[in-house]
Design a protein around this ligand. Sequence first.
Ligand code: GDP
Ligand code: MG
Length: 299
Amino acid sequence: MSIEVPPGHRAGFVALLGKPNVGKSTLLNALLGTRLAIVTPKAQTTRHRILGVLSQPDYQIVFSDTPGVIRPQYGLHHSMMKAAGSSLQDADAVLLLVAPEETHDEEPLRQLLGTVQAPIVLVVNKADAYSQAQILQRVADWQALQPARVVVVSALQHTGLDHLLAALLELLPLAPPYYDKDTLTDRPERFFVAEIIREQVFLHTQKEIPYSSEVSILFFRDDDGTGRAHIEAEIHVERQSQKGIVIGKQGQMIRQIGTDARQEIQSLLGRPVRLELYVRVAEDWKNKTGYLRRFGYDT
Ligand code: GDP
Ligand code: MG
């Protein structure tokens, strides 16, 4: 088998970097035209590195969405920062996403960027929500970094994305594709199923509960002859008291999470889903290597 690669084909890895909540996951989904990464209004929704592959006949860009760069406070944070750091090492270009509203505690991000060899594209997001002056102020804040390109976008309203892609492509090497042109991601279906359930926990619960929760898939198989997927998943929380909250009065909360998650999973899989959720206490899991490994984190 031989793969035709047109002359002038460009391909490369692009690391998406930025503080929590600047819109990295929204941008990735907008660029790929699909909902790959979960997006919620709460900071630190993204915990893992997720590859998203954008293919056209004449190019392939492999994006990695990373957890936002923060000061690590517990074991899970260290693992999240490791994910951000490792995607920098094999990047052909770094896409630094900033938003006009975030200003404080940029030191961890600046330190990480100080180690980057690849060209940096500074992208100011949320252009729909801020004035020209506020946007220019953000560009000025990052001038010292000497970005190779500066682009202003709205990931939410899909503006500026063509400019962004053009700017990135100029920085990528001539190379054949790394993945099949119909590959969208490196993660298996069950990873996204767990992420969808976690997204619903984020959306339905408050205070520390979202940050105390993790989801693992126990069982994922199609029921015989029904064309329906049967999924069992566990929602892990850190403490007994949180378990009660996630289950809710007479099971109301967990039912709501289950109903909403099931709909999203059905639209992901394109077939009916039977979903069973269990809530378990994994005492202090964010600081325990055993649990972190089991949940798929590098430790
Ligand atoms: P991440 O933590 O950097 O991955 O950020 P998310 O993609 O999860 O987005 C965080 C929040 O910012 C969500 O509520 C998004 O809807 C919102 N957001 C993302 N992009 C834009 C944008 O272009 N304009 C506006 N107004 N909000 C945005
Ligand atoms: Mg994210």
